[in-house]
Design a protein around this ligand. Structure first.
Ligand code: ATP
Length: 326
């Protein structure tokens, strides 16, 4: 990744690699994430995201390469990395028998937060995340409340980089929106880099920059706007009686840039409206629906990985990868 500015980097990896026996999960990854960025680390199942994050959080030793997080080297000074980062993984880690405040205090003590600051920090974070009026043990919390508490807890020791592995997985849209509202509030209050994975397109859209991984390698990177612009102007989305057959025909006979996934055929083209009548007149397969849209991040993801962001979080699908045939 080429970041040529002099902005300090929150995460820097060079040739970072991890193998499990014969299998290489991450192939020589070069990442440069400037401080203060909201960085989206995307990819389908098995792309190598969790392995990379585990190496960055010092939970897994790299097989080769280097990584610095918040200025500390993951191999040479892993304890420094741990002090400087916060982590919210998918699996809940808060203690269900304790209250929110007790959970925060416990975490802060483990991290050596000065005792005189415990109370003010926990009050502040519980207020920020809308948990200040809740005195019951965490076992009675809703999923959204627990996630907010996980966030609050990860912030108690004022990390410089916060790793969020699918921070809103399993939450309803309202709770997702609440978490993001809090994350934005947090960014305004203190300088923290957010390094997140997600299978929600709208969360990927909120990122300053995105890297898309597939099979252990970076397949696309840039701002959401850049990545969408690279795909071309319009996307014509077709549902037909035979999506795969139509995709193959359009590639072979019309030389179009066509992708085919579980939700239909997508054609990337400069002027979608002009293409629709020609497409419909030329196809013998029944067409059920046609829509013309600007490319979304889902289109970007489909183009580079053969799957949509949402489907990429589920079991691997047998979607074809889009191909440019002209
Ligand atoms: N402990 C392990 N032993 C062997 N292979 C592993 C292990 N952990 C991960 N892998 C393999 O490494 C590759 C990358 O897995 P990883 O979990 O990092 O991907 P991911 O992008 O995080 O996927 P997901 O979105 O499902 O979490 C996969 O092929 C996976 O099967």
């Amino acid at each position: 990744m080429n970041v040529t500015t002099t902005v300090p980097l929150a995460v820097r990896t060079r040739g970072l690699r991890r193998t499990y026996g014969e299998r290489t999960a991450v192939h020589g990854l070069d990442l440069a994430v400037p401080e203060g960025e909201t960085f989206g680390f995307l990819g389908p199942n098995g792309a190598g995201k969790s392995t990379t994050i585990a190496m960055l959080c010092t939970l897994l030793r790299p097989t080769a390469g280097t990584a610095e997080v918040a200025g500390a080297d993951v191999r040479r000074t892993p304890w420094e990395v741990r002090r400087r980062i916060g982590v919210v993984f998918q699996e809940p880690t808060v203690d269900r028998d304790l209250t929110a405040e007790e959970n925060l205090r416990l975490h802060a003590e483990l991290y050596g937060v000065p005792r005189r600051e415990l109370r003010s920090r926990s009050r502040y974070l519980l207020g920020l995340l809308g948990l200040d009026r809740v005195g019951t043990p965490v076992g009675a919390f809703s999923g959204g409340m627990r996630r907010r508490l996980e966030l609050a807890r990860s912030l108690m020791h004022r990390p410089r980089v916060l790793f969020l592995d699918e921070p809103t997985v399993g939450l309803d849209p309202q709770s997702r929106a609440a978490i993001w509202e809090h994350l934005h509030g947090l960014r305004e209050q203190q300088p923290v880099t957010l390094f997140l994975t997600t299978h929600h397109m709208e969360e990927a859209e909120r990122c300053d920059r995105i890297v898309v991984m597939d099979q252990g390698r970076v397949v696309a990177q840039g701002t959401p706007r850049q990545l969408k612009a690279e795909l071309g102007a319009d996307v014509v989305h077709l549902r037909t009686a035979d999506d795969r057959g139509v995709a193959a025909t359009l590639r072979a006979e019309a030389g179009l840039d066509v992708g085919c996934g579980p939700d239909g055929v997508r054609v990337s083209v400069a002027d979608g409206a002009a293409l629709v009548p020609r497409l419909c007149a030329g196809l013998t397969t029944p067409v059920y629906s046609v829509t013309v849209t600007r490319p979304s991040l889902d289109d970007v993801f489909l183009h580079h990985t053969g799957r949509t962001i949402r489907d990429a979080g589920a079991a691997p699908a047998s979607a074809e990868v889009s191909a440019v045939t002209s």
